[in-house]
Design a protein around this ligand. Structure first.
Ligand SMILES: [Zn+2]
Length: 376
């Protein structure tokens, strides 16, 4: 969802890396924070640091930190790929990085591996920069020492912050995996993890408020992040419930069953008259008793009304040959995926080789609502 308005800056190991415009805000803030930290570290160690050098150091530190965030997200993505889970891209935005994992992990063990990879990478980076800081301190390379100390601390903070049990952050995912392992149900685990996350996020809001009252302005940032986590926790809880409902529902139960077959040879005028009061998105087209395609009232928009009388329905239909075959027994999640993949609004559903219904996004969600399985 983020990628649409993001700039793609390149790809690593076949994974696209993109930057959302809001990332520029965090970059500026990080550069400023890095500049202040560099000054503090320099003062602490009795190293002279001019304002100009502090500024340059801040910009470099923020840029390296940005690379560290990408490494954190790449760690998630690479482990996901090893587990056979498809990965979309990595996007950097206001609150850091996010690797879009296109499918939920199938087992609690996979989820733990995937979620732990990021913080482990951050801890490794913290250790690396800590070692470099120790080395450069003994060599009196004050610039590099200051930079490495800042990066060691921020990577450690990054790891710890991500490990907070606030779903869907890494810690929240690990928590869900543990709950999932013991409860045996991903849906129930997600719902509990979302509740815990909401509590953690609320506590962070309070902590941020207390900091702000004491003029510690990082508190305001904490409030923003906590509100983001709260919103994300609620959204993932809802998403997980919908996904599970889709997996548990048969396509046959959420398709439109009352079929109005349209003759392939009939002119569009007849078709339009036939479906004038219908609210269906698509109709099966039949020629000599055989299903040959789907036609939607929308398809007529491509033909000027003056030609409707001389244009047969089969000329504007989507031919069956180009459509995926959906079985009524397949989970509704498969139907939704097939709709998204084929880019059409409706698909025919077959039972024993015969079209018995037409499924669309509308029919799926209306079906779920009627069954009361989807969260509102
Ligand atoms: Zn992470």
């Amino acid at each position: 969802m983020l990628i649409r308005s993001s700039w793609r800056i390149g790809s690593i190991a076949g994974i696209d890396i993109a930057i959302h415009p809001t990332w520029l805000v965090i970059y500026a803030l990080f550069a400023y924070a890095a500049m202040l930290s560099a000054q503090a570290i320099a003062d602490l160690n009795g190293v002279p640091l001019s304002t100009r050098n502090g500024f340059i150091l801040g910009l470099i530190a923020a840029l390296v930190l940005f690379a560290c965030v990408v490494i954190h997200e790449l760690a998630h993505a690479v482990v996901a790929r090893r587990l056979g889970i498809p990965i979309g891209n990595i996007t950097l935005f206001l609150f850091g990085g996010v690797a879009s994992i296109l499918r939920e992990p199938g087992t609690p063990a996979d989820e733990v591996k995937m979620a732990a990879a990021g913080p482990l990478a951050s801890v490794a980076l913290a250790a690396l920069f800590g070692a470099l800081a120790a080395l450069t301190a003994s060599l009196h390379w004050s610039w590099i020492f200051t930079l490495c100390t800042f990066l060691a601390v921020t990577n450690l903070v990054l790891a710890l912050f991500n490990l907070l049990p606030a779903f869907p952050s890494d810690g929240g995912r690990i928590l869900r995996a543990i709950l999932w392992r013991f409860m045996g149900s991903q849906a129930r685990a997600t719902s509990v993890a979302s509740t815990v996350s909401a509590v953690v996020a609320a506590l962070l809001v309070v902590a941020g408020g207390l900091m702000a009252v004491r003029h510690e302005w990082n508190g305001i940032w904490l409030i923003f992040i906590a509100l983001f986590l709260l919103q994300a926790a609620i959204a993932s809880g809802r998403q997980a419930r919908i996904s599970l409902a889709l997996e548990r529902t048969r396509t046959g139960d959420v398709m439109a069953r009352t079929l109005i077959p349209v003759s392939g040879d009939a002119p569009l005028t007849a078709f339009v008259a036939q479906v004038a009061d219908g609210r269906r998105t698509a109709y099966p087209v039949v020629v000599d008793g055989n299903f040959v395609g789907l036609v939607s009232p929308r398809d007529t928009a491509n033909v000027p009304p003056s030609l409707w009388e001389h244009t047969p329905v089969r000329a504007i239909m989507t031919p069956a040959a180009g459509l995926p075959q959906l079985s009524a027994d397949a989970p509704a999640s498969d139907a939704l995926a097939a709709l998204a993949k084929s880019g059409v609004r409706s698909l025919p559903v077959l039972e024993n080789g015969e079209v018995t219904g037409v499924v669309s996004e509308e029919s799926i969600f209306a079906g779920l609502r009627d069954r009361g399985t989807a969260a509102q």
